[in-house]
Design a protein around this ligand. Structure first.
Ligand code: ADP
Length: 486
């Protein structure tokens, strides 16, 4: 029998320990899916205040204190160990100066100014503690800019193992480090050039991950193409084209243990594709909770996500008059940039009989909105994978999405021109324009008015399968290729 592959996933967020977006879902689910496929897997993340203070998370200090040298200072840290799931260790890098404070990357709409120091420290600490983990990793997986520095550091240290794999969940966050702080990265001068980590005079930690990883993954096949174009590359499209031979797109999966209307504990009633009665109860309960009346026979549209420019919320605001004229209800759950939060609040205030907004992060409400709405609207400017549309499918909540990235890869909209036995699962529009979004919304509302046809689409979506297992197998194949190549 061949030795099983040991994988360590370093991530700035891991559900349920710390989350701001879909990255946490992936970092929480992928290790468990890898374990089911026969690999060994563990996660490592910073010991944020919310984790340390959480009553039900149990972590023990491993008594392996270490120091990390950064900008001429020796900064002490320690390692804690707990479990993400049985057989899946979760490690925390503790350094109170950097992580024992409110907010993962910022607080009350303001970024932590020392993010480069914080995540540079985290990456260096991960390499320090490798010998103390239950299993020494063959593969070290980095996720997004916060862990990009791991990839060149592996090279600088000259370690034979682990091999570095870098997952890009969002190329829009570059992890920029101004020139005066470059020293804290501890990279040789030869790394600070256009073929290394340099990004228009600064350093990009995302680019560090791109340049120095053994393999790169984007979280959907379409996104792997889009990041190589000027429109989708955020200034790194040249680097992505240069490194395209080590790039693959692997679609994220959904953890149906958490997101399944047949078993979900957050929602008013459970339901299945065969028996949708519970879905109507979920809608009624959601309307009651949010104080929206008269929506029984009207389409309710849900939006759940980070309020950031990427998510295309500006299209909704621009189209608001026309949108509400369709007679829909709109419920929004989100948090993020103050600018978009205010924009959403102002819009909701203008349509009090049809719109509700909840600003904040609320996992239970996210489930209740996805179960209790008829549609989920995701008009993203770009969307590396997107999970909410896949949750929508499973919950019989028809996605209306812009045809980009993973949204394009997961939703079928062929205007009924499918081969026999294949049904459309949602509505897509191409141009990032309010008018294009409105045309898709109009088609959606028209279908809603034909209950039999609408139900066929609902059921088609619920029967789609985006579980992790096939994606986890693709990751393991990739890891095996890298290890045998080496
Ligand atoms: P992104 O990774 O760009 O944030 P995704 O669609 O991939 O977008 O993932 C978003 C995830 O975060 C989903 O699990 C969604 O339910 C969750 N989420 C986002 N915002 C909120 C919020 N305000 N409250 C609860 N859950 C949220």
């Amino acid at each position: 029998m061949t030795k099983k592959i040991e994988v360590l996933i370093a991530s700035p967020e891991v559900r349920p320990l710390a989350q701001t977006g879909g990255l946490a879902d992936v970092a929480g689910s992928l290790p468990q899916a890898l374990t089911r496929q026969g690999a060994g897997a563990a996660v490592i993340l910073p010991a944020y205040q919310t984790i340390l203070e959480h009553k039900s998370f149990k972590f023990t200090d491993m008594n392996t204190d270490f120091t990390v040298s950064q900008s001429g200072e020796d900064i002490p840290g320690s390692l804690l160990r707990g479990e993400l799931a049985p057989g899946v260790p979760a490690y925390l890098i503790r350094c109170d100066r950097f992580f024992n404070r409110p907010g993962l990357y910022g607080y009350e709409g303001v970024e932590h100014p020392d993010n480069p120091e914080r995540f540079s420290f985290f990456c260096k600490a991960v390499l320090e503690v490798l010998p103390f983990l239950d299993a020494y990793p063959d593969i070290l997986v980095g996720n997004d800019w916060q862990t990009g520095l791991l990839m060149p550091l592996l090279k600088v240290e000259g370690l034979e193992r682990p091999k570095g794999v870098f997952i890009i969940h969002n190329q829009g966050y570059l992890g920029l480090v101004p020139p005066e702080l470059q020293g804290l990265l501890d990279l040789p001068p030869s790394y600070h050039n256009i073929d290394g980590v340099e990004y228009f005079g600064q350093s990009s930690l995302l680019k560090a991950g791109i340049t120095y990883s053994q393999a790169m993954v984007t979280v959907s096949p379409s996104y792997a193409q889009e990041v190589q174009t000027p429109e989708g590359g955020h200034g790194l499209d040249g680097a992505m084209r240069h490194h395209a031979s080590k790039l693959v797109g692997i679609l994220n999966g959904v953890d149906y243990g958490i997101w399944n209307p047949a078993t979900d504990k957050h929602i008013a009633a459970n339901y299945t594709p065969e028996d949708l009665a519970g879905k109507a109860q979920c809608k009624a309960a959601l309307m009651k909770e949010l104080g929206l009346t008269g929506m029984e026979n009207k389409p309710v549209v849900g939006m759940v996500g980070r309020l950031a420019g990427q998510k295309g919320f500006s299209l909704v605001v621009e189209a608001a008059e026309d949108l509400f004229r369709l007679g829909i209800g709109l419920v929004i759950l989100g948090s993020g940039e103050t600018f978009y939060e205010d924009m959403a609040k102002n819009m909701a205030a203008g349509f009090p009989g049809q719109c509700r907004i909840h600003i904040g992060y609320d996992d239970g409400l996210a489930h209740r909105i996805i179960a209790g709405s008829d549609f989920v609207l995701i008009p993203s400017m770009y969307e590396p994978c997107g999970l909410v549309q896949m949750y929508g499918l499973k919950y019989g909540t028809v996605p209306v999405v812009r045809a980009v990235g993973g949204l394009n890869d997961t939703i079928r909209d062929n205007s009924g021109q499918n081969p026999p036995g294949v049904w459309d699962t949602g509505f897509k529009f191409s141009q990032f324009q309010a008018r294009a979004m409105m045309l898709a919304m109009k088609r959606a509302v028209d279908l809603y008015a034909r209950p039999k046809d609408f139900q066929a689409m609902v059921q088609a979506g619920m029967n789609e399968d985006f579980s992790w297992d096939s994606s986890a197998r693709k990751y393991i194949n990739l890891f095996e290729r890298i290890l045998t190549r080496a």
